[in-house]
Design a protein around this ligand. Structure first.
Ligand SMILES: Nc1nc2c(c(=O)[nH]1)N[C@H]1C(S)=C(S)[C@@H](COP(=O)(O)O)O[C@H]1N2
Ligand SMILES: [Mo]
Length: 446
C-alpha cells in the first residue's frame, strides 16, 4: 500500500507527542511555546473576542491549534518526500495512539511540577474573616485557592523555586538591593483581605475572587531595605514592576502609596502556588490584575514617569491605571461562570424564595448597597452582610416573590463614595466591563 496523508499525519502526531513528552520532563513544551507566539502577536481585538467567546478554554484551544499546525506541517513534508516505507492501517493506528498517549503524558508531567516553597514565606497564621452570612450566603466569603481564577499571558505558570528566586529593588537614584526569599521572609508582613479581579471579568463571570493576602506595602519594603522612599505625592516617578515571564507593569508612585500596593508572599496563609505567582507577586487593591502588579515578580524599579511602557499598554490598553468596575452578582441560582459554562435557558425557581450573591466596589469606597430588580419593577434594596472593608467583596441576599411565568432578575451595586452602578453594558476593553448581572428565571404555573 502506498503512503497516504493519514499515515504521514499519524507519524507526525507520534513525533510531536514524543518530543513533547521529552521536553515536559524539563518543564518545556513546544505546543505552549507556539501558543505564546499567538498570544504575543494576535491583534488586541482578536484576543478580546477570544476571551469573550472561549473564557477558560482559550489555552487548551491554543494548544490544539499548535498541534494541528505541527501535524499539518509534518504531513505536508512527508507528502513531498519521496515515498519510502509503506504504511498500513494498523501501523497508522499504533502511531496515532503513541502520539496521543505521549501528549496526554506530557501534560500530566507538566501539571505535576510545583515549585519548592519555603514555609516561612507564609507568615503568621491567617484569621478567618466573618461577615455573619455563612448561614445564608451561597458563595464562600473567601474563595478557596484551588477555585481562584487564573489569568496569564503565558501558556503555563513559570515554576520558580523559592531558593533560586531573587527580587531586585531599585530606588529613584539608581541604588539597588537584591532580596532573596529568606530575607523577605524575615521582613515584617501583615495580612489583608482583598478581592482580586481580572479586567476581563463581565457581569455574571467568576474571573475574580476574595482572599487573605500576606505581605508588605512597597514603600515599607524600600524602607526596610534601606533605600530612599519618595514622597507619597511624587508624581514624577512610576513603579516599574517586572515578572519572570517578561511581563512589565507600571504604576504612578502616588497610586502605589495611596492604594498600598503590596509585595505578597502568601495567599490564604500558605505560600503562593505556581499559578498564583510563587514566590512573590505584587497586588494593588482596587486595580485589576493586569494593572495591580505581576506574579513571579523579579524587579521593582522607580523610574521617571512614562519612561517605561507596560506590556499591556504596548498592546493597546490605556496607561490607566484602569480601576476595578463596581458590580453585583447573583450567585445562588447556579448561573455564575465563564463561557462556555453560561446558562441559556431560564432557571426554574419557586415563586417565593431568596437569591443571594456578592458585590464589589473596591475603587469606590466599598459596597454601600445592592439592589435587586424584577423585570421592569423598581430597584429594591437587598440585605447586606457585615462589611470587611472597601477592598473586599460583600455578600447580600434578597427575597423573591414572583408570579408564575418567566422573569428577568437584575442586580446593581451602590458604592461607599455615592456612585451608583450605571449598567452601561460596556465591554472590558478599554476600561473594564460594566453591566447589570441579569438572570432569567421561570416559575412553574400551579
Ligand atoms: N507576571 C504576570 N503577572 C500577571 C499576569 C501575567 O500574565 N503575568 N496576569 C495578570 C492578570 S491579567 C491578572 S487578572 C492577574 C491574575 O492573578 P491570578 O491568576 O492569581 O488570579 O494576574 C496578573 N499578573
Ligand atoms: Mo486579567
Amino acid at each position: 500500500m502506498r503512503s497516504v496523508p493519514v499515515g504521514h499525519a499519524a507519524r507526525s502526531l507520534a513525533a510531536v507527542g514524543l518530543v513533547e513528552l521529552a521536553l515536559a520532563t524539563r518543564g518545556r513544551s513546544v505546543l505552549d511555546d507556539l501558543g505564546e507566539v499567538v498570544i504575543d502577536h494576535a491583534p488586541l481585538p482578536l484576543i478580546e473576542l477570544g476571551v469573550q467567546l472561549m473564557g477558560t478554554t482559550d489555552k487548551p484551544l491554543l494548544r490544539l491549534q499548535s498541534l494541528g499546525a505541527l501535524v499539518a506541517a509534518g504531513t505536508a513534508v512527508g507528502h513531498l518526500a519521496p515515498a519510502g516505507e509503506s504504511s498500513d492501517r494498523r501501523r497508522t493506528a499504533v502511531q496515532a495512539g503513541v502520539g496521543l498517549g505521549a501528549l496526554v503524558a506530557a501534560r500530566a508531567v507538566l501539571a505535576r511540577q510545583q515549585p519548592q516553597a519555603r514555609a516561612d514565606l507564609a507568615g503568621a497564621p491567617v484569621t478567618d474573616p466573618d461577615d455573619g452570612a455563612d448561614g445564608w450566603a451561597s458563595t464562600p466569603l473567601v474563595t478557596p485557592v484551588e477555585d481562584f481564577y487564573v489569568t496569564d499571558v503565558t501558556m503555563r505558570a513559570p515554576v520558580i523555586d523559592a531558593d533560586g528566586w531573587r527580587l531586585e529593588v531599585e530606588a529613584a537614584d539608581g541604588t539597588r538591593a537584591v532580596v532573596d526569599a529568606a530575607r523577605l521572609a524575615g521582613l515584617p508582613r501583615q495580612e489583608r483581605q482583598a478581592l482580586l479581579a481580572c479586567v476581563h471579568n463581565r457581569p455574571g463571570w467568576d474571573r475574580l475572587g476574595q482572599q487573605s493576602w500576606t505581605g508588605l506595602p512597597v514603600p515599607e519594603l524600600l524602607a526596610a531595605l534601606g533605600l530612599p522612599v519618595p514622597d507619597a505625592a511624587d508624581d514624577s516617578l512610576d513603579l516599574v514592576m517586572e515578572g519572570a515571564d517578561g511581563l512589565v507593569m507600571t504604576l504612578p508612585w502616588p497610586d502605589v502609596v495611596a492604594r498600598r500596593s503590596w509585595l505578597v508572599t502568601a495567599m490564604g496563609g500558605r505560600p503562593l502556588t505556581a499559578a498564583h505567582g510563587h514566590p512573590a507577586r505584587v497586588l494593588t487593591a482596587g486595580l485589576p490584575g493586569q494593572y495591580g502588579g505581576p506574579k513571579w515578580v523579579t524587579g521593582l524599579r522607580l523610574r521617571p514617569t512614562g519612561s517605561v511602557t507596560a506590556t499591556w499598554v504596548a498592546r493597546g490598553w490605556p496607561r490607566g491605571p484602569v480601576l476595578v468596575p463596581m458590580m453585583a452578582r447573583i450567585d445562588s441560582l447556579g448561573t455564575v461562570g465563564m463561557p462556555p459554562r453560561l446558562p441559556r435557558r431560564p432557571v426554574p425557581v419557586q415563586a417565593r424564595g431568596e437569591v443571594s450573591g456578592v458585590a464589589w466596589a473596591p475603587a469606590h469606597g466599598g459596597v454601600a448597597g445592592v439592589d435587586l430588580r424584577v423585570d421592569d419593577g423598581p430597584w429594591q434594596p437587598a440585605e447586606l452582610a457585615a462589611d470587611l472593608g472597601a477592598d473586599s467583596w460583600r455578600r447580600w441576599r434578597a427575597p423573591l416573590d414572583l408570579a408564575p411565568g418567566t422573569h428577568e432578575l437584575a442586580v446593581r451595586c451602590r458604592a461607599g463614595d455615592g456612585t451608583v452602578q450605571a449598567g452601561t453594558g460596556r465591554p472590558p476593553y478599554p476600561s473594564g466591563a460594566d453591566g447589570f448581572h441579569r438572570v432569567r428565571v421561570k416559575v412553574a404555573r400551579a
